[in-house]
Ligand binder design. Structure first.
Ligand SMILES: *Cc1c(COP(=O)(O)O)cnc(C)c1O
Length: 376
């Protein structure tokens, strides 16, 4: 059986988690959380990284930090996970969904430009599959209109755009450490605060709207309720589990990359024969091997391949029913511009198994099975 995913695990996670238990201090913001924050600051070069309870929570913090309110418009791709959108809907925003670039499935800057109005308050690029969006183009649009960018970098921890780390190229970058991501704490995430002016408020929002962080630093003599916020900080147990993986992020990424390269190489002939499309990584991006997907020629061919692989004990999956056509998407958002690629490609994308412990022979089996399917 080759599962779609096995959450990453390194043995040092057990050591650290045991240390956290032995310390009897497992609430948030202890030493393991601080060490994770430091690792994330090293990875991103950002002035402040803060662990959160999820990638969703990180996006919710971003929406609060940007003061998103009723009637504001927020531009994002329709081809993304629900949390990208929900975080802003919770603040009362109207979501403006736009089309993707078919080569990367990332938001198309030309579509963003065409969707800007005087109500636009944020643009949310999603670095799909760990492949960075065209950030120079998006930054130019953002600068022209004075609109902040929020990166949904949930899938892109350690990816680079022209040498710049994902998560560091916007006001707030959002990471996820869900068990399907490259580095995991079960449920967890982080906000990357790149704007010095947002750091103090970020700490307050994350601590239920209190100035507890300043209190601990001895900067105020009592802590009180000063702003809106929620409980966005995870337990030390989860942070300890994650820390070992962040410390070994280079090795973890190398192993994933070996499998990614094996797929890419191994499936090249099928692409040359016009049977599938492979992933495309623009030259400006160094990706993190988060995902390997192929594009089939039709929805029915994809369904057939999924069934064929399942019979051979291989679990491949698809995702993202475009948000603009989902029940809540119809209510809270609208697609602006033409849906040339989002719906059509969402029906043809298939994600192949890819995880830290996947072996070369697992990967060969998947590749052979795909060849077998097309040879029928
Ligand atoms: C995983 C993911 C999220 C949500 O992260 P959680 O940690 O599961 O809350 C948000 N956006 C994208 C693009 C994701 O892949």
């Amino acid at each position: 059986m080759i599962p779609f995913n096995i959450p990453p695990y390194v043995t040092e996670s057990s050591d650290y988690t045991n240390q956290a238990i032995a310390s009897r201090k497992i609430c948030g913001d202890g030493s393991f959380t601080k060490r994770c924050n430091q690792e994330l600051e090293n990875i991103t070069g950002a002035p402040k990284a803060l662990l959160t309870t999820s990638g969703t929570a990180a996006l919710e913090m971003a929406a609060i930090l940007l003061n998103i309110k009723e009637g504001d418009e927020v531009i994002m791709p329709s081809f993304t996970f629900v949390s990208t959108s929900n975080a802003f809907v919770l603040r009362g925003a109207k979501i403006i969904f736009v089309d993707v670039d078919p080569k990367t499935m990332n938001i198309d800057p030309a579509c963003v430009r065409a969707a800007i109005t005087e109500k636009t308050r944020a643009i949310v690029p999603v670095h799909y599959a760990g492949v960075c969006c065209d950030m120079d183009e998006l930054q130019a649009i953002a600068d022209t209109h004075g609109i902040p960018l929020v990166e949904d970098a949930a899938q892109a921890v350690t990816s680079l755009y022209k040498g710049r780390p994902a998560g560091s190229m916007s006001s707030v970058g959002c990471f996820s450490f869900h068990e399907t991501k490259n580095f995991s704490m079960g449920e967890g995430g982080a906000v990357i605060l790149n704007d010095e002016a947002m750091i103090e408020r970020g700490e307050i929002i994350r601590e239920k709207g209190t100035n507890r962080t300043r209190f601990y630093r001895g900067l105020v003599d009592k802590y009180t309720w000063v702003d809106i916020g929620s409980s966005f900080l995870p337990s030390e147990l989860n942070a300890a589990y994650l820390l070992a993986q962040l410390e070994q992020n280079v090795q973890i990424t190398e192993k994933r990359m070996a499998r990614w390269d094996q797929y890419h190489e191994g499936l090249a002939e099928l692409e040359r024969n016009g049977l599938i499309g492979r992933m495309f990584v623009p030259s400006y991006c160094v990706h993190n091997a988060h995902m390997y997907y192929i594009k089939l020629r039709s929805l029915s061919e994809r369904s057939d391949l999924i069934a064929y692989l399942r019979q051979r004990q291989i679990n491949a999956v698809f995702h993202y029913v475009p948000l603009h056509s989902a029940q809540a998407g119809l209510k809270f958002g609208t697609f602006v511009g033409e849906d040339r690629y989002t719906t059509e490609l969402s029906e043809r994308i298939l994600r192949l198994p890819l995880y830290y412990e996947m072996t070369q022979s697992d990967c060969s089996q998947v590749i052979e099975a795909i060849y077998g399917f097309f040879a029928r």
